[in-house]
Structure formats: structure tokens, C-alpha cells
Design a protein around this ligand. Structure first.
Ligand code: FAD
Length: 824
């Protein structure tokens, strides 16, 4: 038998080695266009960045060593330029001499890989613009960096390879700008998960433009000018194009083999092409995706290597080993984080109209109490019918690899979220928790499938503009102070049962907390107390905040300057230096492993224990701490001296400042309390106008209805209630509902108020009742004074929905956190 293999790297070399192991007697020829065979493509970016320091380490085999070990005739610098299927012969061009010659085969294997996409943009072929596919490309980039010493690079395209290149160029001391046409980096991820990558890139001072394409390249003052479609130009020293790859299938196409819609060589389950004597493997083939059934190409080394083995088995032993297809399990290191995906993303399932439910959970890499625990965000997509797992994505620091492999294996085997719950993992505190992040993802999904919880995505909340949903923040008051979703009302979880009356029944309630766990408990409380439409915000505030903030990171190098020592410094040279910290006096605080709000609470406790002027250095691993510490310092007036992130560890140095002397307008906080004493229509209107205005400006508003003010919140069709004689008399003398309120002046036996309502209608001013409802809907707290109710014989049943009953203590407690107090 004579086997001929085209391509000598991942798929080709694997096929050749396996063929030889199975068939010692056959003749095997491996043709490779490049100089090198069986090298580590995946290691190339790390050699450029200087992580892999020895070039030789990139070569798994050389033509000589491979030839000797496997008795394979390796012909490098040789290109197969055509295939004659009838003659079972290929034409090979020797690239050293330019000579061509024929070579016969009994079985042919194609593993020609994929080539980088290089669009025909003006100026794209000039010096300093690179693509990265092989060792030769790598050598070119590396020697350009060594000789030209570029200070800045533009990476076009933010796929896995683009981001690896960005990181490695950054490591090589080059400032990096990424230009990406999509709204996010790393397309196999869903937007909410890519947002975590965006925020991490920001902490690494990588400039990046999203939804932006390159229009052209030109040269000016010895630099490359990259013109964006936004008309902005970026002057740079080098460009790496990583726009994508396409299958190198032209040889197969020209030989009349079937090529599919994706441009890949079509193969059957035995990896046989449309010609029985030709097999194909690797980046150049297309195959049905096991999850979606659609034909697609997988550009990954693992599948290429495994396919080589399968093809060799089928060639030697007859078609007996089936290829089951790839679920595209991929992983990449992006600076300090690890990003991985498997199966199909939620957005792709949506595009293909495949019914699916998504769920996001945030866990720790291992038990929080054991040092070094770091956050991990897991998103899974599954079938709402039978819970079949369809896709998963993880962004984290440690332990992402083993979790994505569990999820990948589950998808490959057609497993469900119930299988995730049951996965038995090895557990000791340094490695995991008693419930692994994968178990947790399964359990949450199970709850969703069984109707125990309903989740809602951050997108639905963002799109709502506060109309359909009542947003209930069940975190602590301290956490709420640090920031929440606009329009949200804060009822801490532990107080929820006492405040159920403040939650409307006529709205969809979305409970949320930091990551979704406390909100789940809140949802259960609400459901079991008769609230019908209750949702948990998937991924909690962490996902909402990450996904809804600004994603791109433009113009960050605008203020950079080159110092006298020839180094590049970021920011303005005039920027004042922070006051020095006496390091010996720094109090060290370790909040690593604590999830939000743990680090901030620990920061507060620690600051409380030191004197003004002293500082603490706090380390935390919760990603949210990077933002929270800034907000906390702002609110409390303490000085954030330094904020850095190394790996998952965030370090902040905070100096205690003099307590902020609160001026009258700052006493208490930012909230508003109003006492509605009067039941005059005009005064009641004024009350709600102010309340609605205050709530819109971000204040938490409480209206305390007392004495005549109780009439303002009486419903129109009141139930019959039992009253004593005084209650009945008051009842007869007072307006029966808000509709009957009179004006404080010129009431004219009710004529005045009727005129007022008419003018308001003509001028499209909301009615009192609408304003009142808007206030309630916006979360204004209505408290009816218990004492006044007793005195005037007014019963709770007479009030509109949403009114709480409280005493003066409630009012005084609310004024504590208010800087606006009005008596109307
Ligand atoms: P290749 O390994 O590319 O081999 C194809 C070979 O065929 C080429 O050397 C080519 O010169 C040769 N050839 C083509 N046509 C002819 C012809 N007519 N005659 C002779 N020779 C020919 N995958 C991962 O899973 N993880 C990673 O971390 C990862 N990182 C990567 C980083 C980089 C920079 C690159 C470029 C790829 C990376 N990949 C990664 C992808 C992975 O390398 C490929 O999926 C895998 O190598 C595909 O194997 P293949 O045999 O199909 O193609």
C-alpha cells in the first residue's frame, strides 16, 4: 500500500504516525509546503511574546526525526499542486527547485489546514502588516519586533488568536490597540460573557474599538496609518491581521471533490471525501455539528489530531471508526483570565431558531475560605423541553479548564443539566467546593426547568425602561448604596418578609442581588406569599453591570508621552503624584475569596479601626471590588491612593480621611421624605409632583400621610368596613376618596376642583390618581400614620394598594437617610 498525505502539521502528522503504527509494511509519503512539520501552531503567539523563550521548543518533530521514527518519507518545501483522481496521482512542486513531478497513491489524505483571511483593503500588503499561521510568519513578526522595536501595534480582529496576540505583544512591551468589527470580542461567547473579557482588557490598558472596521492602510512619517470606518486614524508601528481563517480547500475543489457551503471539504462519518480513496481531516473539512446538525468547520488542534487517528484507522482497517463531530471546545488565556466555550452559544442557538434557555451563575474556583479562591462565571444554554445541555461558556481565573471539559463531555454525550447536578467531582477546599461550579450551574438550570425559579436576562431589564418590571434589590443597604439598577427598590433579603406589603401585585417582580443566590431565596419567599410573576435576574447585578456598561476602550493612549528616558508613560505628565504612603504603617487586609459585599464590608471595618491619615492595603479577588472600592471611597470621602490588579487579585490602598462634615443639605443622605398633612387637591398634587421628581432624580422617597392627608390615598370603591360612631361621623365629613378632594383656595363648593381637573386634562397634565400610581410604581413608599388612622377612624382597607401602615418612628427612621424633608 502507498499512502500519501498532504500537509505535515496537526492532522497530517497525526495521520502519518498512526498509519505507521498500524501498518509497518506500507509506503508513507508526507508532503508539506512549509519548511517545518509537526510544530506547535498553538504556541506561536507565546514565542512572539517571549513566554516560550526557545524557538526549538516549538518543534515537536523535525522532518528528519519524524522520518526516522516513523519511517515516513517527509518532503518539506514541497507543494501538491494538483490531484488526478482517475490516475490516483498528485503533482508535486519542489519549492527549492521549482521542478514538478507526479507521485502515485493508493490512499490520499488531505490535511491542508486553513489560511488567514486577508481582505483586499487598500495598503494591506505593505511592510509591517502581518498574519500569523505558521513558523515562517512567526519568524517574520519576531524579527520585525527585534529590529524595529515597535512601540505600538494594531491587532485587527479579536478572536482567540487576535487576543492571544494582543496579550503577547503587550508582554513584549508594545502598546496594543484592537479593532473589532463585531460588538464584542471572541464570537463563540455570548455578549454578557464577552463583556467580562472587555472589562478585563480595560484593566490591562489595552485600547480597543468595537463595532469598528478597518477601511484602509497607508504610510506616513515611517508609520502605518490605519484608517477606521469611523474616519478615525491610528498611527502605528505594526499591524497583525487576525480577522479569521478559511479552509484551504482549493486543491480538493479543483480535483472535483465535493466542497460544502462553508467552503470546507465534505466528508462522511469515516472522514472519507466524495472519493472513496481520499480522506480529509483538520481545519479544511466540514462536518455536521452534533448539537445543531448544521454543517460547519472546526478550527481546532484537538479535533484535527483526533481525526488523523480515525482516518488512519479507517484507511488501514476499513471504515470502522466513526467521527462523532466536534462541539468546538476551546479555551484561551487572555492576560490574567481564562476564557472557554463549548457547544453552541445562546446567540447562535437563537439565530438557528433552536429553543433554549440560558442561565448564568457566578461561583468561586474553590472553597471561599481557602486562600486563593477566585471568581468564575459560568453560562449554560439548555433545551427547555428535556434539559439537554447545548452550550456552555466560562470566564474565570483558575480551574476554568477542568469545568469546561466536564461541560464539553456532557454535551458530547448528549447529556442534560440533570447530569451536571449529578457529576461527582473530586473535592477538597484547595480545588473546589462541595458543590462544584458545574453542579451549581446544573442545579440552577434544574430549578428553572422545574418551575421553582424563573430567570430573566439582563437584556430584558435594560430594554424595559422600568415600565413592566418592579426591580427589587435584596442586597444589604450598604451594597445598595454602592450602586444598583436604576429604579430599583432596596429591601434587604432578611427584611423581605416584613415588607411584603410594599411590593406591588400588579407588576412583574424582578429580584436581584450580587450574583443571583440571595435573589433566588427572595423569589421563593415572594412566590410562596402569593406573588405570581417573580423573576430572578440571571447572573445578578454582576452580569447586569458588566454587560450594560460601556464596552469599548477607545483613545486611552491619547495622553501618553515619551519620557526623557525614552520610555512610554501613560497619562499626563502633569498629573500630580499621590501623597506618599509610609509602607511600614500600612495595615494589610486580606479579603480574597470573599464575594461581594464581603470585601467592601471588610474594608469599612478595617478603616474604622485606623486613625485619620493612616492607610490600609486590601487585597480582594472579587472582580466587582475594582469598581466598588472606587464608589465606596467616593461615598465615604476616604482617599483611594492606588488600585491595581494582578491576576485575579485586586489591590487597593485606601487612606482614611477626616470624617466628611455634613452640611445641612447633606445631613442623612440623598433620600426625600414628605409629610402629606392636607387633603387639598392642589397640595396633594404638589406632593406627588415633588415625589415623582425626586424619585426620578435617584432619591428614595417616602410620603407619610397623616390626618387629612389620609384622604389622598383612599380608594374609590372601598369595601364596607366596621367603624365606631366617631369613625362614622368623620367618614361622613371627609372626602370619601381622592376624587372628592377640594382646592385649598377658590374651591367654590367643589366647582374649583372640577375646573382644575378639567384644565389639567386639556393641558395633558396627569390626574392626581395617575400621579399617585406613578409614584407608587416608581417605588415611592406610602406610609399611612397609624395614630391619625385611629383618631379619625380610617381603616387600612380603605386605602389604595401599596400603602403601608407606620408610626412616627418609621417616618423618623426614613428622615435619617434624607436630605429633603417637606411638610405639605
Ligand atoms: P495545519 O496544522 O495548519 O496544517 C496544514 C499544513 O498543510 C500547513 O502546514 C500547510 O503548509 C500544509 N499545506 C497546505 N496545502 C498544502 C499543499 N497543497 N501541499 C503541501 N502542503 C500543504 N487550536 C487549538 O485547538 N488551540 C489553540 O490554542 C490554537 N492556537 C492556535 C494559534 C495559532 C497562531 C494558529 C495559527 C492556530 C491555532 N490553533 C489552535 C488552530 C490549530 O493550530 C489548527 O486547528 C490545527 O493546526 C489544524 O490542523 P490541520 O492539520 O488541519 O492544519
Amino acid at each position: 500500500m502507498k499512502y500519501l498525505i498532504v500537509g505535515g502539521v496537526a492532522g497530517g502528522a497525526s495521520t502519518a504516525a498512526r498509519l505507521r503504527r498500524l501498518d509497518e509494511a506500507s509506503e508513507i509519503i508526507m508532503i508539506e509546503r512549509g519548511k517545518y512539520i509537526s510544530y506547535a501552531n498553538c504556541g506561536l503567539p507565546y514565542y512572539i511574546g517571549g513566554i516560550i523563550t526557545e524557538r526549538d521548543k516549538l518543534f515537536v518533530q523535525t522532518p528528519d526525526s519524524f522520518g526516522t521514527r516513523f519511517k515516513v518519507d517527509v518532503r518539506n518545501l514541497s507543494e501538491v499542486i494538483s490531484i488526478s483522481r482517475d490516475d490516483k496521482e498528485v503533482i508535486i512542486k519542489d519549492l527549492r527547485t521549482g521542478n514538478t513531478y507526479p507521485e502515485k497513491y493508493d490512499k490520499l489524505v488531505l490535511s491542508p489546514g486553513a489560511e488567514p483571511v486577508k481582505p483586499p483593503l487598500p495598503g494591506i500588503n505593505q511592510e509591517g502588516i502581518f498574519t500569523l499561521r505558521n513558523v515562517t510568519d512567526t519568524d517574520l513578526i519576531k524579527s520585525y519586533i527585534d529590529s524595529k522595536k515597535p512601540r505600538h501595534a494594531v491587532v485587527v480582529g479579536a478572536g482567540f488568536i487576535g487576543l492571544e496576540m494582543a496579550e503577547n505583544l503587550h508582554k513584549a512591551g508594545i502598546r496594543v490597540t484592537i479593532v473589532e468589527m463585531a460588538e464584542q470580542v471572541m464570537m463563540p461567547l455570548d455578549y454578557s460573557m464577552a463583556a467580562l473579557v472587555h472589562q478585563h482588557l480595560k484593566t490591562k490598558n489595552v485600547e480597543f474599538y468595537l463595532k469598528t472596521a478597518v477601511a484602509s492602510f497607508s504610510k506616513a512619517d515611517d508609520r502605518i496609518v490605519v484608517k477606521l470606518n469611523s474616519s478615525k486614524t491610528i498611527a502605528t508601528d505594526m499591524v497583525v491581521l487576525s480577522i479569521g481563517v478559511k479552509p484551504d480547500s482549493h486543491l480538493a475543489r479543483e480535483a472535483g471533490l465535493k466542497v460544502g457551503e462553508t467552503g470546507g471539504i465534505m466528508v462522511n462519518e469515516y472522514l472519507q471525501t466524495s472519493d472513496d480513496d481520499i480522506y480529509a481531516v483538520g481545519d479544511a473539512i466540514e462536518f455536521p455539528n452534533p448539537v445543531t446538525g448544521t454543517r460547519m468547520i472546526t478550527y481546532l488542534a484537538g479535533p484535527a489530531n483526533k481525526q488523523g487517528r480515525i482516518a488512519a484507522d479507517n484507511i488501514v482497517m476499513g471504515n470502522r471508526r466513526k467521527y462523532i463531530g466536534s462541539v468546538n471546545t476551546a479555551i484561551a488565556k487572555v492576560f490574567d483570565i481564562t476564557v472557554a466555550s463549548t457547544g453552541v452559544s445562546g446567540k447562535m442557538l437563537g439565530k438557528l431558531n433552536i429553543p433554549h434557555t440560558d442561565s448564568i451563575t457566578h461561583s468561586s474556583s474553590h472553597a471561599g475560605y481557602y486562600p486563593g479562591a477566585v471568581p468564575m462565571s459560568v453560562k449554560i444554554s439548555f433545551s427547555p423541553d428535556d434539559g439537554r445541555l447545548l452550550g456552555a461558556q466560562i470566564v474565570g481565573f483558575d480551574g476554568v479548564d477542568k469545568r469546561i471539559d466536564l461541560l464539553s463531555a456532557t454535551i458530547q454525550k448528549g447529556g442534560t443539566v440533570y447530569d451536571l447536578t449529578e457529576i461527582e467531582h473530586a473535592y477538597a477546599p484547595p480545588y473546589s467546593s462541595a458543590k462544584d461550579p458545574v453542579n451549581i450551574a446544573g442545579m440552577v438550570a434544574e430549578n428553572i426547568l422545574e418551575g421553582i425559579t424563573r430567570n430573566i436576562s439582563w437584556r430584558a431589564i435594560s430594554a424595559d425602561c422600568g415600565k413592566e418590571f418592579f426591580l427589587l434589590d435584596v442586597r444589604t443597604r450598604d451594597e445598595f448604596q454602592l450602586g444598583t439598577i436604576e429604579g430599583a427598590i432596596n429591601i434587604p433579603l432578611d427584611e423581605l418578609r416584613q415588607h411584603l406589603g410594599e411590593i406591588p401585585h400588579n407588576k412583574k417582580i424582578v429580584a436581584f442581588c450580587g450574583v443571583g443566590l440571595r435573589a433566588h431565596v427572595a423569589c421563593r419567599i415572594l412566590k410562596q406569599n402569593g406573588f405570581k410573576e417573580v423573576y430572578n435576574l440571571s447572573g445578578g447585578l454582576k452580569t447586569f453591570e458588566t454587560a450594560s456598561q460601556k464596552q469599548s476602550n477607545e483613545d486611552i493612549f491619547a495622553g501618553d508621552y515619551i519620557g526623557k528616558d525614552d520610555h512610554i508613560y501613560q497619562g499626563s505628565p502633569e498629573k500630580p503624584l499621590p501623597r506618599t504612603i509610609v509602607t511600614e504603617k500600612l495595615k494589610e487586609v486580606n479579603a480574597c475569596g470573599l464575594q461581594c459585599p464581603g470585601p467592601v464590608l471588610k474594608l469599612k471595618q478595617s478603616i474604622d479601626q485606623i486613625d485619620v491619615g493612616e492607610a490600609i492595603r486590601i487585597k480582594a479577588s472579587d472582580a466587582g471590588f475594582y469598581k466598588d472600592v472606587k464608589a465606596w471611597a467616593n461615598i465615604t470621602g476616604n482617599e483611594l491612593v492606588e488600585l491595581t490588579q494582578e491576576g485575579a487579585e485586586i489591590t487597593a490602598i485606601v487612606r482614611k480621611s477626616e470624617p466628611v462634615i455634613k452640611t445641612a443639605s447633606h445631613v442623612g443622605g440623598n433620600n426625600a421624605t414628605l409629610i402629606c398633612f392636607s387633603d387639598d387637591l392642589d397640595k396633594a398634587l404638589a406632593t406627588f409632583v415633588i415625589a415623582n421628581g425626586a424619585v426620578a432624580s435617584g432619591k428614595k422617597v417616602t410620603i407619610f400621610f397623616t390626618f387629612w392627608g389620609l384622604n389622598v390615598i383612599k380608594r374609590q370603591n372601598k369595601p364596607v368596613v366596621k367603624k365606631d360612631i366617631f369613625g362614622k361621623m368623620f367618614g361622613m365629613m371627609m372626602p370619601s376618596s381622592s376624587k372628592k378632594l377640594g382646592l385649598s383656595k377658590m374651591n367654590m363648593a367643589g366647582m374649583g376642583s372640577k375646573m382644575m381637573r378639567m384644565v389639567m386634562r386639556d393641558k395633558h397634565v396627569d390626574t392626581l390618581e395617575n400621579m399617585r400610581q406613578s409614584a407608587l410604581d416608581a417605588g415611592v413608599e406610602f406610609v399611612a400614620c397609624q395614630m391619625s388612622m385611629d383618631v379619625m377612624g380610617v381603616k387600612a382597607e380603605e386605602f389604595i394598594d401599596g400603602v403601608q401602615i407606620g408610626g412616627v418612628a418609621t417616618y423618623l427612621e426614613r428622615t435619617e437617610s434624607a436630605n429633603l424633608n417637606l411638610f405639605v
